[in-house]
Write a protein that binds this ligand. Sequence first.
Ligand code: DGJ
Length: 714
Amino acid sequence: MITFDKATQVFHLKNDRYSYVIQIERGKYLLHQYFGRPLHEFRGSALRPALDRANSPQPAAYENERTFSLDVVPQELSTNGHGDFRIPSLEVVLEDGTTVIELWYEGYEIKKGKPALEGLPALYAKDDEAETLEITLSDTKGRMKAILSYTVFEGDGVLTRSVRYVNTCKEAIRLENAASLSLDFPDHDFDRMSLYGGHASERNLERIRLMRGVMETGNTRGASSHQQSPFLALARPAAGELSGDVYGFSLVYSGSFRMATEVEQFGTTRVVIGINPDDFAWTLEPGESFQTPEVVISYSHDGLNGMSQAFHKAYRNHLLRGKYQHRVRPILVNNWEATYFDFDDEKLDNLAACAADLGMELMVLDDGWFGHRNDDNSSLGDWKVNLKKLPHGLEGVAESAHKRGLKFGLWFEPEMISVDSDLYRAHPDWALHVKDYPCSFGRHQLVLDVSRKDVQDYIVKSVSDILASGAIDYVKWDFNRHLTEAFSEGRAPEHQRETKHRFILGLYSVLERITQAFPDVLFESCSGGGGRFDAAMLYYMPQTWTSDDTDAVQRQRIQTGTSYAFPPITMGAHVSVTPNHQVGRVTPMQTRAFCAMMGCFGYEMDITRMSDAEKQQVRDHIALYKRLRPTIQLGTYTRLLSPFEGTKNETAWMFTSEDEKEVALFYFHDPDSTGAETLVGKTFYGDELMQEGINIDKINSDFTGYLWVLEKVG
Ligand code: DGJ
């Protein structure tokens, strides 16, 4: 899979989906030569012409070679200072204030499998599933090394890339930009695709022409965020859902990130991805190393679905972990939209009784069970049950669920602190803050300084103390505001700009400790809805609450957008009441159910107040979902119609079972669509279904959802 040809100095990273070619030039420079469909061998048929580049600087040793400049060659790691004026992937400041180093090729190693990344989540693989190439670049004055790591996965359309920077000199080196990836394409004939949004409107797809100059997707919020997702795709303009060349990038990181593209003077495209340098600096003491997060890169010749399916397969097999990795997820009822903070033992008991009667499998108690929290003004940090509200404790609520055959789940928001809390009264310094200015609030709360070890230990202990009872089968881990005044009391001034990244490293350490200690608990991450839906969180928690917007029409966009990078089994999706609490829209129960069936299905409404007819409908939907669940959660997902394309607001999702014997096809439409004919009970050859497709019934009401289940009979 990974070969090195000494004669041509070519590294060929290859599987049956792609070739990725790196070449050492002049024994020094690491050039990127090709990425695309698999090649037999790279011989350089389309190497760039040797044109006069006198306007771009020549390295000292090549002063008279006007056709050679670092400003022009495609590089695997880019620094500034020697004539490459495009976006750098590494920026350093030495102790004397200079910013120039010179990294040249030193050597390589090819390893079976995939080494873990220190302190960071990453894809993993067994020795026979992947191969890893590590290329070392070394500064010509011995100041530092960069170890570039590439993993090729057998049979998957993805590879991963990260870098470890090592200080090999006697002085501290300040990293002001330490990107994970730099990749140069020879042209710019691309559409640029990214996912943007906001709270309750996450991951809308934007597809625009890649423009000259620099374009950036990213944020400085200290979270992967609702606003921009750590996902980028470059698609050939003709590429659609089912065909065409697409390059996808997904960053395994939950903090401030940047995904930049630059189309430069000669029309080539550089992509640089990593921690956002606007929000970061890191002082590397002698002998220390800095590990960047990992980028998962996909190449698809089969359009956007090919890209998504490559990400989905890689994430399901090489990112998710634990008991629930390959298991269907329980159908839940969550009391948030049913009761908000206004609940007691009796209401929860009624909810559990009704959930069990309707066929649900897990009851989740959301915000408001701890401290004296009856609204969002207090108690974050005080993870002790409120016995005034729940006199029988959490054990009582858990028992009410368990005795009815339901699992029991609990909400936490462990990275936060309320000013009105015992924790804040005891440790005001544990909140992120600066010395001379007041803290900014978000939802009346402050953020704990998770970069500190004592804070990490407190979180681990307070959550573990609750889980240790054994009564909790599921945890929803929320995070409802972004980082401000991100400084850490007691940290040396030169290390203060590390705080946001150290926060994320602290979070990963906490999550590793808790999830490993409680392997039977199913964890779902959440961040004011889907504000931290990223690959890194999925490494610890195999599902994420997709959005606080539960409206079935909005959700078609949000879930479709999310599906560009993430598989359905990772998306929490619930049926809620109408008129919808977020947008006030009224939609049929069936549409809400079909929409929520795309992911980890559940209900988030007061099911005790439904009529008998509605309850029967819910029972039927649950029975249907249980039947289709293996196909939806463990099968292959295909976007047939995207709400981001066309003018009819149509959405169609198709799920094909692992054995390819069953297909579940969901269709949603706007009020203007028309159609005819149903399929029920009929048998067709596959070629007709592929070529002709299917029509839909006449539509008599707004926001109808349709489902066809096709079974293979021959
Ligand atoms: C935000 C989450 O997304 C909601 O589902 C709910 O858990 C609230 N927080 C509770 O405060």
